[in-house]
Design a protein. Structure first.
Lengths: 171, 609
């Protein structure tokens, strides 16, 4: 229940943040990597750093993460198959062999079928996610956004302490 | 408004986050590494591995393990190995590539075969090592080691046999069904053969020609008559070929039925053996006695060697092809992690050199200083280029204990893999063990033991021997009184001071063969034969008569029907052939008459049909 409330809170805050729809969408596209791929991997540290450092919506990133976690779980068999296909492709074997024997790179766990498959899956999905999110946010703000902003529910959420902390990272 | 790509104000919080992460790693790395090592080792070895403490020494690229316990997968209350401290010196360059290359390994405070305070978890699950464990357990079941039965012979009068238990009856029913179908098939073939039109037509021609005067036919009439005879002779030859073909088929079918009868006879032999087993008659066969007495203890030795050899086959595969292994356990799917070995690079795991100097103190017969070395234990033998060698040695001059020498070679450089172990223990206290199925226990005392095991591909060869000359025997007849035969065997073995057992393993992993010989076999066999031989022979005759009486009414009709099918088929073939021969001879006579009238005294060349 708490998780659901947090999700709603995150959605509301992000949709009404000062960021442009493009910034929110870019944040969601980056954040979706955290949800689609197994979290405890080196590439996600880079993604998180980019979310913080780049002028994109951090809230959008967190929203993307939360939205794509269940999708990541659902797509695991697909990612596994994709990763296996890539890692066992004879044409790519020299590339994987070189990467395996390059310092630090093996810690990215690219040689795991789910990690590689989900990462490639995210690369493929990132652009559609960006455009879909940008369209959705723009449409929301143009239609029901102002009514929600005037609601008590929105005011209650924005008044919380967490929101103040969030504002520090908003675009 | 100018668009800013970077959010510079977030650099500080991000750095702070990284510092916090670093502190968390600093605090939790060792406990996490300890738990991970325990879990990974347990999964790799298929037996519980416990680790008291793990210290990371990054400046020296070393890891120090303390209070290591590796449980014996086959005896869960015992440790295979216990070590107080282990220090691993790792190769930093390999570590940067996420590879574990142990340059040097040193152990101290090692103990073997110690008791565990809490029993280890039995290997379970669907992983590779539990599968190997189960496969090895199933492997041992193939041997069917008989129990040495010392039941008094007078119990044979209680033999009760249910015909449903006998395979002969089932086998006879199968052969009966086969006989019916063969008879029908042969009948159908005879109908299809149908030589009657050919024979009838030939007979009609013979009758017609015999009523005709060749001289009245003229040249043209005679020529036509000769042509008719020749055509009919060709038809007869074709019919004979069909009969020959049918005979071949009939003989094959009858031979098949004969095999069925032979299988019925074999089933009867098996039933006799089964009935004898119900009586638990004592055996006089020395090899059987040897297997019954020392089969289990021998198989246990070979089983352990096979288990470790199978693990080596899995973890040390030959060649440099990519290798999949299960991915790490996590909430998300584990997937598979693929290894990509590369020539002239580090393998994923390598123990370059391990030197273990340890001593066993106290009053133990195996006390003394030991030296062990491990070289080239690696996940990619083809990269290392040399077989892995493990050796353990002990020398104790002036001690009652002579020596312990253990050597193992794991050669997986090519697909023709060869794993071998050679363990020789002299002058040590051998463990005591029970004689299976008997209320006796043997304590070999100080003696020597040797285990030689080799697995080349799937081919197995092994030898386990025990020799001791101060053997003590213990009778455990608590709760019941030993019977006459048990007392007899007790008198035989109780008088023996020497024990010499030699078990030999051969064959393949899927079809192993075990033979065991000991000095007890002949002694027990001779004595049993002398005392109860006549009674047992009489019991065996009775068993055979009983089985024969039960199966006779089912088997005899089958044998009779098989013989009947065989006889009828052969008689019918002979009859058909006789009819063809007869009509052929008559036709040839008519041909001769016709050609003789055409040119008396002229021998015509033989017509090739």
């Amino acid at each position: 229940m708490l998780g659901l409330l947090k999700l709603i809170q995150s959605i509301i805050k992000t949709l009404h943040s000062a960021g442009t729809p493009g910034q929110v969408a870019a944040g969601m596209a980056l954040g979706s990597a955290l949800g689609l791929t197994p979290l405890m991997n080196l590439h996600n540290l880079v993604i998180f750093s980019l979310l913080v450092l780049l002028n994109v919506s951090f809230g959008g990133g967190m929203l993307g993460w939360m939205l794509f976690v269940p999708i990541g779980f659902l797509l695991d068999p697909v990612f596994d198959a994709v990763g296996l296909r890539l890692l066992t492709a004879p044409g790519l074997r020299p590339l994987w062999t070189d990467l395996t024997n390059t310092p630090v790179v093996p810690y990215s766990n690219f040689d795991n079928t789910v990690v590689l498959g989900s990462f490639v899956g995210w690369l493929v999905l990132a652009v559609p996610i960006f455009f879909a999110a940008r369209y959705g946010v723009a449409k929301y703000r143009a239609t029901v956004g102002e009514r929600v902003r005037q609601s008590r529910f929105y005011k209650a959420i924005t008044a919380s302490q967490v929101y103040n902390l969030y504002k520090m990272f908003r675009p | 408004m100018k668009f800013k790509l970077f959010r510079w104000k977030a650099v500080g919080p991000l750095l702070l986050l990284f510092i916090l992460l670093g502190v968390a790693v600093w605090i939790f790395a060792e406990p996490v590494a300890r738990e991970t090592t325990e879990e990974a080792s347990t999964e790799l070895l298929g037996t519980q591995v416990d680790l008291g403490k793990l210290d990371l020494l990054p400046r020296r690229a070393s890891v120090e393990l303390q209070a290591l316990q590796i449980a014996d997968p086959f005896v869960l209350t015992r440790n295979l190995l216990e070590a107080d401290a282990i220090r691993l010196k790792l190769n930093p360059a390999a570590l940067a590539e996420k590879k574990i290359v142990i340059e040097n390994l040193s152990l101290s405070g090692m103990r073997f075969g110690t008791s565990r305070t809490t029993p280890a978890r039995a290997p379970s699950g669907k992983g590779f090592t539990p599968q190997v464990y189960r496969a090895v357990q199933q492997w041992t079941d193939q041997f069917k080691v008989p129990l040495l039965s010392l039941t008094p012979v007078d119990t044979i009068r209680q033999l009760v046999l249910n015909p449903d238990q006998l395979t002969t009856v089932k086998q006879a029913q199968r052969v009966l069904a086969r006989t019916d179908s063969t008879r029908k098939a042969l009948e159908q073939t005879f109908q299809q053969l149908d030589i009657r039109p050919t024979v009838d037509s030939a007979r009609a021609l013979v009758q017609r020609l015999s009523a005709t005067d060749p001289k009245a036919l003229g040249i043209e009439g005679t020529r036509q008559a000769v042509q008719s005879v020749q055509q009919t002779l060709r038809d007869i030859t074709a019919a004979r070929r069909r009969v020959d073909s049918l005979e071949r088929n009939a003989r094959a079918a009858v031979a098949f039925l004969g095999q069925g009868v032979e299988m019925v006879n074999q089933a009867t032999q098996q039933d006799v053996a089964f009935a004898k087993s119900l009586l638990k008659l004592p055996t006089f066969s020395a090899p059987e006695i040897g297997t019954a007495l020392f089969g289990k203890v021998s198989i246990d030795r070979f089983k352990q060697a096979l288990y470790w050899a199978e693990l080596a086959q899995k973890y040390m595969p030959p060649g440099l092809l990519p290798r999949p292994r299960p991915g790490p356990q996590r909430l998300r799917a584990a997937g598979s992690t693929i290894e990509f070995p590369k020539a002239a690079e580090f393998p994923q795991f390598l123990l370059q050199q391990g030197s273990l100097d340890f001593s066993i103190g106290g009053t133990s017969p195996v006390r003394g200083a030991y030296t062990a070395t491990v070289q080239g234990l690696t996940s990619a033998p083809a990269l290392y280029g040399r077989p892995a060698v493990i050796s353990v040695g002990r020398r104790a001059k002036g001690s009652a204990v002579a020596a312990v020498d253990i050597g193992a070679v794991i050669n997986h450089l090519t697909s023709n893999t060869h794993d071998s172990v050679n363990a020789r223990l002299r002058g040590i206290k051998l463990p005591s063990f029970d004689l299976p199925g008997l209320p006796f226990r043997v304590t070999p005392g100080i003696g020597s033991a040797e285990l030689v095991f080799s697995m080349r591909g799937a081919a197995l060869s092994g030898r386990w021997s025990v020799r001791a000359n101060k053997v003590a025997w213990t009778a455990d007849t608590a709760g019941r009184k030993a019977n006459d035969i048990e007392r007899l065997v007790w008198r035989v073995i109780g008088g023996l001071n020497d024990l010499s057992v030699m078990a030999q393993l051969g064959g393949t992993v899927s079809s192993p063969q075990l033979s065991i010989a000991s000095n007890l076999d002949q002694a027990i066999a001779r004595r049993l034969k002398a005392v109860v031989g006549e009674e047992v022979a009489r019991a065996e005759r009775m068993v055979r008569a009983k089985v024969d009486s039960l199966v006779a009414e089912k088997v005899q009709p089958v044998k009779r029907q098989v013989a009947e099918v065989q006889t009828k088929a052969m008689q019918r073939i002979a009859g058909e052939r006789q009819r063809l021969d007869q009509v052929e001879a008559e036709l040839n006579a008519q041909l001769k008459r016709l050609t003789g009238a055409l040119a008396p005294g002229l021998e015509l060349p033989k017509i090739k049909l």
